[in-house]
Design a binder for this molecule. Structure first.
Ligand SMILES: [Zn+2]
Ligand SMILES: [Zn+2]
Length: 454
């Protein structure tokens, strides 16, 4: 009689993945630090992508690269067929020129800890390669390392769109559009933050938004010699900014409305009336309906600027991010594994109606599939600030890797009963097709010529 292979208990499987992650942790931490010192912004992360691909090759993880320009998708197959659980990491840094580890030429910096996400997602996958683990799983693990979570540098993304290289301006939106998530059933990822509240922050939601590129047009003339012949685009922008400040007074408590902007082209030479001024504007709120309402009001403010000087304004609105829905079943599995590593009270769960002011493109995925997005401690300073710095690599990379790997075991062991339970209870807000139609309907490109004042 053939000897039946010894099947490991769930706790033995979890111990095996934790041990393998511990064995290789210096490799993940090195990768995270290497990326920290070579930051790149969204859809430009070619060097970061190559760095990650080399590590996947080292660990024998089969993968595709070049998805949405720089994205990567690897896969680990369990012994039996079943659902696919994806672990996400993000490739991009932001633009924080004053950051300790900023690229001095581009101003790019990892001030949001995306480099740590890559370490934790890869770490979890390498842990799951421990002997006997994949053999005990029914289903697959997808490792998605995605571009461009930060919706910045809109002009660069508009140029890529014009070249036909992308349609949407974020990595996850593009992964959805390209079908790269069609075979993914659920998703887990985490951000690192400085936190006094707890080692792991779970639950809550994130804000919804739209992105805008605004161009004011006037007429160039000598600023001192014949200013009466000019139309000052900077003055138009200035009036528009005052108008947007004026409507802040009518924000409703609890809507988490935010309107903020930067000027990306403020004039060309001091001796000339600026003929063109460009701005990036973001409109945020708790729901897509609130965003749509405030987007209309912002358009009014922008037109008011052009009207005041008798100029033109071109307003382009691009689909932004949807509010994040944290899946309660995935959250409770994550939480039970997180509690193995941290003291009681260090795992804090927020109610689902708690909305953070910032936004995540995982929100878009969460409208279609069960997702979770916890935060882990491990950094000091605020995200997107000069002083954001990962100081505890065990808490920022190694422990989340273990928690994710153990949660995968809870989902895919025992014939994937855990994952099937999550899927059985999940009600998507939208299908992929409804999502794409919804986002495409948000796009606008209009020129308002206010020269006549009528
Ligand atoms: Zn981020
Ligand atoms: Zn960020």
């Amino acid at each position: 009689m053939r000897k039946k292979p010894m099947t490991k208990t769930r706790d033995e499987l979890k111990a095996a993945v934790a041990e393998r992650i511990e064995q290789h942790k210096e490799t993940f931490i090195r990768l995270v630090k290497d990326i920290l010192h070579d930051p790149e912004t969204g859809f430009r992360e070619f060097s970061t992508s190559r760095r990650v691909q080399r590590r996947l090759e080292e660990f024998g993880i089969a993968h595709q690269a070049g998805i949405a320009l720089t994205g990567i998708k690897g896969v680990l197959k369990g012994a039996a067929p079943g659902p696919t659980v994806a672990l996400f990491g993000e490739l991009d840094g932001g633009r924080v020129p004053g950051h300790l580890h900023a690229n001095p030429k581009t101003g790019a910096a990892h001030a949001c800890g995306h480099n740590a996400q890559i370490g934790m997602a890869l770490g979890a996958c390498v842990g799951l390669q421990a002997p006997g683990v994949l053999e005990a799983l029914s289903g697959n693990v997808a490792l998605c390392i995605l571009p461009a979570e930060e919706l910045i540098e809109v002009e660069h993304r508009m140029a890529l769109k014009d070249e036909g290289k992308l349609e949407f301006f974020s990595g996850k939106q593009e992964f959805i559009r390209l079908g790269a998530l069609d075979d993914v059933d659920m998703v887990m990822m985490a951000h690192v933050r400085g936190s006094a509240e707890g080692a792991f922050l779970l639950g809550g939601s994130s804000n919804c938004h739209v992105a805008k590129q605004v161009e004011f047009y006037g007429r160039q003339a000598h600023a001192a010699g014949n200013p009466h012949q000019g139309i000052n685009a900077l003055s138009a922008a200035s009036v528009a900014q005052h108008a947007m400040h004026a409507i802040r007074e009518t924000f409703k408590d609890g809507d988490i409305t935010r309107i903020h902007w930067i000027v990306t082209r403020g004039g060309d030479e001091l001796n000339a009336i600026p003929p063109q001024v460009n701005m990036e504007v973001r409109v945020r709120g708790r729901t897509p309906e609130i965003v749509a309402e405030w987007d209309r009001k912002v358009n009014r403010c922008l037109r008011a600027g052009a009207l005041a000087v008798g100029g033109k304004v071109r307003i382009r609105t691009f689909p932004g991010y949807l509010p994040l829905i944290n899946n309660p079943d995935l959250l409770s599995l994550f939480r039970s594994n997180a509690e193995r590593f941290v003291a009681p009270g260090e795992t804090v769960t927020y109610p689902s109606d708690y909305v953070r002011g910032g936004s995540e493109d995982l929100g878009d995925v969460s409208y279609i599939k069960p997702c979770i997005h916890p935060y882990t401690r491990g950094a000091v300073g605020w995200n997107h600030s000069d002083d954001f710095d990962i100081v505890d690599y065990d808490q920022a990379v190694v422990t989340p890797a273990k928690v994710f790997a153990m949660t995968v075991i809870d989902l895919l062991a025992d014939g994937a009963a855990g994952a099937r339970e999550v899927l059985g209870r999940f009600q998507p807000k939208m299908t992929k097709e409804q999502y794409l139609a919804f986002q495409r309907a948000q796009a606008m490109d209009r020129v308002f010529d206010e020269a006549s004042g009528e």
